[in-house]
Design a protein around this ligand. Structure first.
Ligand SMILES: Cc1cc2nc3c(=O)[nH]c(=O)nc-3n(C[C@H](O)[C@H](O)[C@H](O)COP(=O)(O)O)c2cc1C
Length: 425
């Protein structure tokens, strides 16, 4: 953030991110010394603050040895307060990370309570706060914990994980803490820190992003759909939000959590997607069409369930409305980014779609039995008039941030070359 960047250059001239690592009383605290090491080896300065509960799982001596800094664990420690008071600590941090974050800590933070040093710091800092929750899967799914999660995300707190896997309590499910190496990578390479230190490239830009599949009814119980999970579109929505955009996510039916601070509009059919996008588009500056919209729909959906009687039945299909082309054809249109999912001839199909639909950019990915839909990773080739870029296989969250960065660059380049089709800003 600008405040942080200013202070960093004003003071030591060092560009090492200063991370205040909060450790709370979950079993995952045994991984915290490892996390400190991973952050330090990537050039961060780490100050550990632990709760009383954390002291049941990991010692201050260990955390002090790996961070080379005195661990803070008491709001009422007069000596430590005289050296660097809790408000100074809150100001020192470029980023606050709480790993593991217990259900108890999430509840206090969501409720605005300041009962110990760590929760007081979290309220007193203007640095971004990232939580890495870890708990038993039933605790994680509890309505109270999920309500606290939603409150925190709505306030811009970023969550990493939890992930699915074997748990210390002997169960298997969602609630495990992300591995330290992944947390460090996500924080420092995934631009949680770096991205915050750079100006937000899409600050104040309204972006409409579509995601997920559509369902085209055949009868009241059956429909035509596709394998899209929505993961790529949701990751793009999150990345665009982090880049400062005001994001509206028009989503087909998926079972994904809406990223905090993003407004989701739910739709089911291609027709509804068309309607929802056009209701939002008049003041939109950036449109990213990532949804896998059904190209065809049954001509007439049967009002009654079709019975198993004839040996063969016919379902007549007609072309669905093309949302992306219709937006790109508007007189005052936003910067338009399309997606192409292809099984063969990726480059040719993508370039044809770019030209035929009159898009500003297109991101193409190969789909098949072992790649693309519903996977955690993806690879993209991006084309625009006069240029192209390639991103090899990587996590969809990382890919989304890199794509959004490229989109922001092209978006600003297009605005510098005024065109009637872009909204004046
Ligand atoms: C053996 C043991 C393991 C625990 N593991 C977790 C955990 O993984 N996640 C969690 O939210 N709470 C866990 N708890 C409960 C917390 O320790 C408890 O809620 C405590 O009040 C948390 O305090 P703190 O958030 O201030 O550190 C565990 C408790 C025990 C006894």
């Amino acid at each position: 953030m600008e405040r942080t960047a200013d202070r960093m250059s004003r003071e030591s001239g060092s560009s090492s991110p200063r991370i205040l690592l909060g450790v709370t009383g979950g079993i995952g605290a045994y991984k915290s010394p490892e996390l400190v090491r991973r952050l330090v080896e990537r050039g961060a300065e780490v100050q550990v603050v632990m709760t009383r509960g954390a002291g049941q799982f990991v010692t201050a001596t260990t955390l002090q040895a790996v961070s080379s800094r005195r661990v803070r664990d008491d709001l009422w420690d007069a000596g430590a307060e005289a050296a660097m008071g809790h408000i100074e600590l809150a100001r020192w941090a470029d980023l606050v990370v709480v790993a593991p974050a217990t259900a108890h800590f999430m509840g206090s933070f969501a409720g605005g309570l300041a009962g110990d040093l760590l929760s007081t710091l979290c309220l007193a800092t203007t640095a971004p706060v990232v939580l890495v929750p870890a708990m038993n899967r039933v605790m994680w799914e509890h309505a109270a914990v999920q309500a606290n999660r939603a409150v925190l995300e709505g306030r811009g707190v970023r969550l990493l994980g939890p992930v699915e896997g074997d748990q210390a309590c002997g169960e298997h499910g969602m609630g495990r803490m992300m591995e330290p190496v992944e947390i460090a990578r996500e924080l420092l390479e995934g631009r949680v820190v770096a991205g915050r230190l750079e100006p937000q490239r899409l600050k104040g830009v309204k972006a409409v992003i579509t995601a997920g599949p559509t369902r085209e009814p055949i009868d009241p119980v059956r429909y035509i759909t596709n394998r899209s999970s929505g993961k790529m579109g949701y990751a793009i929505a999150e990345a665009a939000r982090d880049a400062g955009a005001d994001v509206v996510l028009v989503s087909g039916p998926v079972s994904l959590r809406v990223p905090g601070g993003v407004r989701r509009v739910d739709v089911e059919t291609a027709e509804q997607m068309y309607g929802a996008v056009h209701r939002e588009i008049h003041d939109t500056e950036l449109f990213i069409a990532c949804a896998a919209v059904s190209d065809y729909r049954p001509h007439r959906a049967s009002a009654r369930k079709i019975k198993r009687s004839d040996e063969e039945i016919k379902v007549d299909l007609v072309r669905s409305k093309d949302t992306l082309s219709s937006v790109a054809a508007l007189a005052h249109r936003p910067f338009c980014v399309g997606f192409a999912a292809e099984t063969e001839d990726l480059d040719r199909h993508a370039r044809d779609k770019l030209a035929n639909k009159g898009l500003d950019m297109i991101a193409a990915n190969r789909v098949g039995p072992d790649c693309g839909f519903d996977a955690e990773t993806n690879a993209l080739k991006v084309f625009w008039p006069g240029g192209e870029a390639e991103f090899g296989e990587r996590a969809k969250s990382v890919l989304a941030r890199q794509l959004v960065e490229l989109v922001a660059e092209r978006y600003h380049a297009a605005r510098e070359t005024p065109r009637t089709s872009l909204l004046a800003g």
